[in-house]
Design a protein around this ligand. Structure first.
Ligand SMILES: [Cu+2]
Length: 122
C-alpha cells in the first residue's frame, strides 16, 4: 500500500491519505429504519484498500438526538457494507465513516447523504 510518510502504526494515528466514497444506499432514497450502506475505501491514486476497521455514524443536528452507529464489514476489494445500521427518524443526517487502516493510519470522513424519508419531528 502506498505509504507517503514513514508512519509508525499505533503512534497516535497519522491520518490516512485515502478516499472514502458512498457506493450505494438501500433503500434509495434512504428512509427511516434499516439501511444497507456500501462505501469504498481507496488510496489517493484509487487502489482499493481492504483490511480496515471502519464504522459508520450518523448524527442529526437536533437537541438530545442520539447518534446512530454501525460496523462496516470488509467485503474485499475496498468495499465495506454496513451491518445493523438503521436511521431512527427521517430528516437530514450527517454520515461519517471513521476507523483505522491496517497500517495504523486513521480515517474520519463525512459523506454526502440525501435527506432520509419517513417520520420527522412535528
Ligand atoms: Cu432527529
Amino acid at each position: 500500500m502506498g505509504q507517503g510518510q514513514g508512519g509508525v502504526a499505533g503512534s497516535g494515528g497519522a491520518v490516512a491519505d485515502a478516499n472514502v466514497s458512498l457506493v450505494s444506499i438501500s433503500p434509495s432514497p434512504p428512509t427511516m429504519g434499516p439501511a444497507e450502506i456500501t462505501i469504498a475505501l481507496a488510496s489517493a491514486i484509487g487502489q482499493p484498500i481492504s483490511g480496515a476497521k471502519l464504522q459508520l455514524q450518523a448524527d442529526m443536528a437536533m437537541a438530545g438526538m442520539r447518534a446512530v452507529k454501525g460496523d462496516l464489514i470488509d467485503q474485499g476489494n475496498g468495499r465495506y457494507l454496513s451491518h445493523g445500521f438503521a436511521f431512527s427518524m427521517g430528516g437530514n443526517w450527517i454520515l461519517t465513516v471513521h476507523g483505522t487502516l491496517a497500517d495504523g493510519t486513521t480515517v474520519d470522513r463525512t459523506l454526502p447523504l440525501p435527506p432520509v424519508g419517513g417520520w420527522t419531528d412535528p
